[in-house]
Design a protein around this ligand. Structure first.
Ligand code: SAH
Ligand code: SF4
Length: 332
């Protein structure tokens, strides 16, 4: 697809055609199955100051928590109990967890629980990536956020797009299934930038692609900026599906933060993955990347059940498969 075609689709030139083509292609590859990933948000400490994110270091109005390794492992076991094929271990960029700490979680998950492990731990050193991969971690999620170098530098002070891209490459070389993605309607993002981002993201030829609309958090520098458009996020997801027929594409929780029910609707415009939070109720509301994240006051078990019901509501089937990348030859 050319940049001008992407821009036309993003502007709404043919929503019915776009959404039905994306949905048909998704069903062709995945049938009616939707993969579930249980997300464990184990720490909300962060050393960075991303202008969009409520967990940024400078935000003092957040109650910070860290789960210890034993509690994280208990969440991994819960994932297995609930028949979730994958756990996503996510946090702010909190380097007080050593690579060995994370390694223990991976080892427990791969031996005891036997689930696929996705890590989403931010900009850790490349030597950590290879160490975790050797212990059996399967996937790593590191969003590019935007491929516009100036916008990136502004949104993530002190960090560079080139560095993020190098890390994505290092993850691929280490043998991970690699996921990345963007934030649509990030303040300063023009339609040109978004179209370019979708094409660049597709050029990376990754295993997973995530689109999350920008959700303003009042305690951040971007707190007064307008919320992203759900429709734009849906169009971006559908375009990514057309460009990446085999990729795993999640319907992100940022969608639900903007409108209840938008996340399940995303499962009808190209997404084939949904990621309920398994984070213990005692801390999950503190994992406030943006308002409305983990707002649902229900225990992890009930959250997973609600997610399965939401999948059925839009006519699909919750899967218990590990749901590995279809871009690869291995059979999981
Ligand atoms: N610290 C790690 C992982 C946790 S943040 C990292 O940054 O990679 C996970 C994702 O949350 C980020 O990649 C970003 O895309 C998303 N995010 C943060 N704040 C957001 C906001 N206000 N609106 C939408 N997405 C946001
Ligand atoms: Fe930290 Fe990630 Fe939030 Fe940036 S997006 S402040 S790195 S948690």
């Amino acid at each position: 697809m050319r940049q001008d075609e992407v821009m036309q689709l993003l502007a709404g030139a043919d929503d019915p055609g776009l959404f039905s083509a994306a949905e048909a292609l998704t069903r062709q590859t995945f049938g009616t199955e939707i993969y579930l990933r249980g997300v464990i948000e184990f720490s909300n400490y962060c050393q960075n100051n991303c202008r969009y994110c409520g967990l940024r270091l400078a935000n003092q109005n957040v109650h910070r928590y860290r789960m210890d390794v034993t509690d994280i492992v208990a969440c991994v076991r819960l994932a297995r109990e609930l028949s979730l094929g994958t756990v996503v271990i996510q946090s702010g960029d909190d380097f007080t967890y050593s690579r060995e700490d994370i390694g223990r979680i991976i080892t427990e998950a791969k031996t005891d629980a036997g689930v696929a492990v996705t890590l989403s731990l931010g900009d850790r050193p490349e030597s950590d990536f290879t160490y975790w991969r050797e212990l059996g971690a399967d996937r790593y999620l590191l969003k590019i956020e935007t491929f516009d170098a100036a916008l990136y530098a502004k949104a993530r002070p002190g960090l560079t797009l080139a560095d993020r891209l190098r890390r994505v490459e290092a993850l691929r070389e280490a043998g991970f299934e690699v996921g990345s993605g963007i934030i649509t309607d990030l303040p300063g993002m023009t339609p040109e930038i978004l179209a370019h981002d979708l094409l660049r993201l597709s050029d990376l030829d990754l295993d997973m692609l995530a689109v999350g609309p920008f959700v303003p958090h009042p305690e951040t520098p971007y707190g007064q900026e307008p919320a992203g458009s759900i429709l734009t996020a849906f169009r971006a997801m559908a375009i990514l599906r057309l460009l990446n027929p085999l990729a795993n594409i999640p319907s992100t929780s940022a969608l639900n933060a903007l409108r209840d029910g938008a996340r399940e609707q995303g499962l009808t415009v190209g997404a084939n993955v949904i990621m309920p939070s398994l984070t213990p109720e005692t801390v999950s509301s503190d994992y406030a990347i943006y308002p409305g994240k983990n707002a649902l006051r229900a225990d992890a078990r009930a959250r997973v059940e609600a997610t399965r019901q939401a999948i059925r509501r839009v006519g699909h089937e919750p899967s218990t498969a590990i749901g590995g990348s279809k871009r690869r030859c291995h059979h999981v």
